[in-house]
Design a protein around this ligand. Structure first.
Ligand code: FAD
Length: 497
């Protein structure tokens, strides 16, 4: 029986865990206690999400309108990648698939065939959210519409500090206790190494049955106390620094995040209702901090509204996120740079695994092993998708980008890439966090041309193929023309500055 859960850390991870566990354990006698230190503070970034956030918010029964208002959120239909392929190139990664299959033939094989006979229409024209994003519009997907062209996901761009605050209110209304104190020590039981208590700067020892480490990069419990090693992935994802600055908005917010390559990394641009989040993610072996800041400041539109926030990190994951009676979430569990906004989604995965394998009747190693296996699978699949971006880059003649292009990639990714190049087949290893549409957006965006495609596409006559493709484009264009401007969609939720 878990009498008390101690959550160390009150950043996004800590308050997501507190809110979700409060809901999950509603009506039970389990106490939940968050210990956070206002003198240490949070990492202060993390503004873009992916559609899994909707599942999390739905479980908590959050009202979207309230969430949008309280977190100054905008809608996110995907990411616009600029200058990742050849200079001047742009492509969009939507949370959706492309087109519709025809007589059982996957859409991308139809598109490749059509392309082989001279049709130049970009793959993006067959994706509703891509076209909607391009035109600066936003409408919610309609789940009742059976047309596969209308099926897409969306997410939010929000102020992460406000989101944590919102969840803190939610959790505390449901009885979660909070202490503002610094944890100075972690005390384990001699017999089995389980954590018994944490010692605060007041000298008080706070004991619990289950400990959730949300202490950020330091990993106070999982790393410093339980000595769970961090598996280093920086040879695949070499960026190890970021400098972030908020700036004033100079235009209406677009319904997507922008990712623009720079000489030793890439810059993000995340428009919120009240400001824009900007940051340059780079590798310190190729660029010093001063140059990075200069580059960032030279490439933001509005006046800076915050002091530059310089962050150092190492890409990788803890060998296990659950060790004895300690579960690590957020930065304490691992970190991959924010290229595809995966961190909050990974926090959610960790929380879901904790709840699925909740140790209500004691800690069983088989449950812990299974949770760790599933967590690792999520991390590794996301890692491979991120590496793909670097591996396929076309910024020729720049040391950072040349080195990324020539690096060896994990076998799992090498296999996917090889099979796509061979016959346009999209390998999936079980449930993937980024589905086929995501992978296709990269292959098409980076102009990876497979040697061949599914031969069944050739059984469809050219005229039928062209007619079907034209029809899909028309349906999408018409649907987009009916969608309101993104700003108009936001105004439904309250005034936009
Ligand atoms: C450059 C960058 C960009 C990012 N962008 C995105 C993004 O766009 N999308 C996304 O999903 N994620 C993003 N992330 C990741 C995201 O910011 C984090 O996953 C998220 O904020 C969770 O952080 P956290 O709660 O684990 O840690 P933190 O925010 O660091 O919080 C740690 C908490 O632990 C407390 N603490 C630490 N030590 C002690 C102690 N001794 N005693 C008491 N309390 C203590 C602190 O007070 C704080 O409350 C980004 C990360 C970086 C570095």
């Amino acid at each position: 029986m878990i009498g008390t859960i101690i959550i160390v850390g009150g950043g996004t991870a800590g308050w997501m865990a507190a809110a979700s566990l409060a809901k999950f354990l509603e009506g039970s006698a389990t106490r939940i206690h968050v210990i956070e230190s206002s003198t240490i503070g949070t990492v202060g970034v993390g503004e873009a999400t992916i559609p899994t956030i909707l599942d999390f918010n739905r479980f908590l029964e959050l009202d979207e309108a309230e969430l949008m208002r309280r977190t100054q959120a905008t809608f996110k239909l995907g990411i616009l990648f600029e200058d990742w392929a050849v200079k001047g190139s742009r492509f969009f990664h939507p949370f959706a698939n492309y087109g519709a299959p025809l007589r059982g033939v996957p859409f991308h094989d139809l598109w490749l065939r059509s392309r082989a006979v001279g049709d130049g229409s970009p793959m993006e024209d067959y994706c509703l959210p891509s076209v909607m994003a391009r035109s600066g519009r936003f409408a919610h997907p309609s789940p009742d519409n059976p047309n596969p062209l209308a099926d897409f996901g969306y997410a939010y761009q929000f102020d992460a500090a406000l989101y944590a605050e919102y969840l803190r209110d939610y959790a505390m209304r449901r009885g979660v206790e909070r202490t503002d104190a610094r944890v100075l020590g972690v005390n384990t039981r001699a017999s089995d190494g389980f954590i018994e208590s944490v010692t605060l700067d007041s000298g008080q020892a706070v004991s619990g049955d289950l400990f959730v480490d949300c202490s950020g990069f330091r990993g106070l419990l999982i790393g410093q106390c339980l000595e769970t090693p961090l598996e280093d992935w920086s040879h695949w994802l070499p960026a190890n620094r970021a400098v972030a600055v908020q700036s004033e908005s100079t235009a209406d917010p677009v319904p997507y995040t922008r990712s623009i390559t720079r000489p030793a990394g890439w810059q993000w641009n995340i428009p919120l209702q009240h400001r824009v989040g900007n940051g340059y993610v780079y590798c310190s072996e190729y660029l010093d901090d001063e140059q990075a800041l200069d580059t960032l400041l030279a490439n933001i539109q509005g006046e800076p509204q915050s002091e530059p926030n310089l962050l150092s990190f190492q890409t990788g994951m803890r060998e296990v996120f659950w060790q004895r009676n300690c579960v690590a979430l957020g930065l304490a569990a691992g970190f991959m740079e924010p290229l595809e906004s995966t961190s909050i989604a990974l926090i959610q995965t960790g929380i879901a695994l904790l709840e699925t394998f909740f140790p209500a009747h004691g800690f069983r190693q088989c449950d812990i092993d299974e949770a760790n296996r599933q967590s690792r699978a999520s991390y590794e699949k996301m890692r491979d998708f991120l590496i793909l971006h670097y591996k396929l880059n076309q910024r020729l003649g720049e040391p950072f980008w040349d080195d990324c292009r020539s690096m060896d990639v994990p076998e799992t990714l090498a296999h996917k890439l090889a099979v796509y190049r061979s016959r346009a087949y999209l390998v999936e290893y079980g449930t993937e966090p980024f589905r086929t549409g995501s992978w296709l957006s990269m292959y098409a965006g980076f102009d990876v041309v497979p040697e061949t495609y599914d031969r069944r596409a050739d059984s469809i006559s050219e005229s039928e193929l062209q007619q079907s493709l034209a029809q899909m484009r028309t349906i999408i264009r018409n649907a987009v023309s009916l969608a309101p401007e993104h700003t108009a969609s936001l105004q439904k939720y309250g005034p936009v500055d």
